[in-house]
Design a protein around this ligand. Structure first.
Ligand code: AFP
Length: 326
């Protein structure tokens, strides 16, 4: 059993299961992401001092302006994962196609999808951002991993989580047996257990949405938001999914990013953002839906597949779905 000061690595060693090729693989993969997270955390803390604020001067594949830290974070996570030799395929929000995994494309057992710096428009104003990841076991054998290994629903994910860079740095993971939280002790340089099998907070009448877009929303979402406001809900919107999600998990609430008249599939990316957080939400007793279908049941048709998402307290997600039923 984990003690109160269990490290991330030790905890992951104890939480492996038969779906991993080797008992230590989960710990090795999470340790790699955690190491990248420490580096990103340190870079963020000193971003203004090191002139790594602001735009990298290009847009990513889905048209979002890339920040310098998006590029740094993307490379750091990829390098950390490649160094494990366990990863046969990777894809991130910042890359159009799969990332080259070299020899491990044939021999590696795992596929990792990630958003290295979620909410990157928050960087320049020292507001919270995060890294999101999901891990699958590969399907193919003896050939370089390809689309069949990576274009899969979240229901097939073995593990997922995020690193939140806020007033402290939090590492969250699930391997299908609860959602566990660790806090980075900057003095020790280690993530220490601060919440095991955490349960999503009960409803506390909070919604997180970019209501500035409501002029383009469809009736189900307009009716829902009018309803929650008439019930006296509070609005809380940080503008970084990881931070909004984490806040609502701990304090109760629902995050909503609907599709709308100009973007029917919304903004969020299924593989890099939605499916991993949906697994965490479900493991904490919450839920995630596109309004009708559970997020983890959606089959991606491309790496950058977008979907509307409503995620958080299960009762709040069920209420939202009732507005989408007709
Ligand atoms: P980036 O990862 O490109 O910074 O996008 C962040 C994000 O996908 C998600 O974290 C936010 O909740 C959402 O965008 C904010 O979008 P709006 O600015 O449209 O509210």
């Amino acid at each position: 059993m984990s003690s109160a000061l269990s490290s991330l690595f030790q905890h992951a060693m104890d939480n492996s299961n038969d779906e991993f090729a080797q008992p230590s693989d989960l710990a090795v993969l999470l340790n790699a992401i955690g190491s990248a997270g420490k580096f990103i955390s340190s870079e963020i803390n000193r971003a203004a001092l090191r002139d790594i604020f602001g735009s990298a001067g290009a847009a990513n594949v889905t048209g979002d302006e890339q920040q310098k830290l998006d590029v740094i974070g993307d490379n750091v996570v990829a390098e950390a994962l490649l160094s494990t030799g366990l990863v046969c395929a990777m894809s991130s929000e910042e890359n159009a196609g799969m990332i080259n995994c070299g020899d491990a494309a044939v021999s590696g057992e795992y596929v990792v999808v990630y958003d290295p710096v979620d909410g990157s428009s928050n960087i320049d104003v020292a507001a919270p951002i995060g890294t999101i990841f999901g891990i699958y076991r590969r399907l193919t054998e003896g050939v370089p991993a390809g689309d069949a290994d990576i274009l899969r629903p979240g229901s097939e994910m073995l593990a997922a989580g995020y690193v939140l860079y806020g007033s402290s740095t939090i590492f969250c993971y699930t391997s299908g047996d609860g959602a566990h939280f660790f806090t980075l002790d900057p003095t020790l340089g280690d993530y220490l257990l601060t919440g095991e099998s955490v349960r999503s907070h009960g409803s506390s009448h909070v919604y997180s949405a970019n209501e500035g877009n409501s002029g383009k929303w469809n009736n189900p979402d307009l009716n829902w938001v009018e309803h929650v406001k008439s019930e006296g809900y509070s609005g809380r919107y940080i503008g970084a999914l990881v931070a909004d999600f984490h806040r609502n998990l701990m304090k109760g609430g629902i995050y909503a990013y609907p599709g709308d008249k100009s973007s029917p599939s919304g903004k969020l990316r299924l593989l890099f953002e939605c499916a991993p957080l949906a697994l965490v939400a479900e493991q904490a007793g919450g839920a995630a839906s596109d309004g009708k279908t559970a997020i983890r049941d959606i089959e991606p048709d491309q790496l950058h597949h977008r979907t509307p998402m409503y995620i958080g307290n299960a009762d709040e997600v069920a209420l939202l779905e009732r507005f989408h039923q007709s």
